[in-house]
Design a protein around this ligand. Structure first.
Ligand SMILES: O=C(O)CCC(=O)C(=O)O
Length: 285
């Protein structure tokens, strides 16, 4: 559980790092299953519903940058998604009751690994209120060299930046002259987690080290935070409840919203969407 200081840090800064959340066994299981997916990706040459491939992926040298929706792909990911230690922390930050938003496993290969440009998750999935956050479970030590997550402290309380260019959603801050201001590096040991608020500006550089950087991202929201975009049926919505009972009364807060439409033609993962961004500053680092 988080201390009151850690909770206050999260609300003030819009992110937090928590060490030692997973056991060695849980970490070993996650790594084993993830290695199996990398092996399986040798058989495919184009991204699909499960695998998001780096442009230079091959059967001989598999380069996987994302496993999509991992909790639907393997029970080990689903078990960690429902991990009591993680859910208890999430409830401390967004109140009792938890709903699933999205899940993904981002992988940065050694000496490679795509960058992620500055963005706010909120731009991808606006909700009726912003009790929405992402937990990043570290499968490897996350260091400056292997492309740790970078956060802009306090940005969750600031503006929602435009993520559109020429009228198309490009999945990254597109405003000319944009500077994130002060940035903080999330340096975490394997088995620890990062947590960031959906409106916090964040990014990461390519991996310039000999070590992988694999980050399992679970996005959770409060039970009364309804997505503005997808219009789920009640059955679909109820199926996303992780803790608590589904209701039909969204809590509407005065939160800034820009709908992430229209999407570019190659809209898939954040990596594909950000390829449409003109100035890919993080990718050059
Ligand atoms: O993997 C990372 O470094 C950041 C990923 C991210 O922000 C995202 O996928 O939305």
């Amino acid at each position: 559980m988080l201390t009151s200081e850690q909770i206050a840090f999260y609300h003030e800064n819009g992110y937090i790092v928590v060490e030692d959340v997973l056991s060695d066994e849980e970490l070993a299981a996650l790594r084993r299953v993830t290695d199996e997916f990398v092996e399986r990706s040798r058989a495919i040459s184009e991204s699909d519903d499960v695998f998001d491939l780096e442009p230079n992926h091959s059967a001989e040298r598999p380069r996987l940058r994302r496993i999509k929706n991992p909790i639907m792909q393997h029970e080990v990911y689903d078990q960690i998604f429902r991990h009591d230690g993680i859910l208890n922390i999430v409830e401390q930050l967004i109140g009792p009751g938890v709903r699933r938003n999205t899940t993904k496993l981002n992988m940065k290969e050694p000496d490679h690994g795509s960058a992620v440009e500055w963005h706010q998750d909120w731009a991808f999935y606006p909700h009726t209120n912003d009790d929405v956050l992402a937990v990043g479970v570290c499968l490897d030590d996350m260091t400056e060299e292997n492309g740790c997550m970078l956060m802009a402290p306090g940005s969750h309380k600031g503006k929602l930046y435009s993520h559109h260019e020429h009228g198309v959603f490009v999945g990254a801050v597109s405003e000319p002259g944009f500077e994130p201001g002060e940035t903080a590096k999330c340096l975490v040991k394997a088995g620890g987690i990062t947590i960031h608020h959906a409106r916090t500006l964040h990014a990461s550089t390519p991996n310039h080290s000999a070590n992988p950087r694999r980050l399992l991202l679970f996005e959770y929201c409060s039970l009364d935070s309804w997505p503005l975009m997808t219009g789920p049926t009640f059955e679909e919505y109820s199926a996303t409840v992780v803790r608590g009972e589904p209701g039909v009364a969204p809590r509407q807060e005065a939160v800034p919203v820009i709908i992430p439409l229209p999407k570019p033609e190659n809209a898939g993962s954040i990596f594909e969407i950000q390829e449409s961004l003109k100035n890919r500053e993080m990718a050059r680092r």
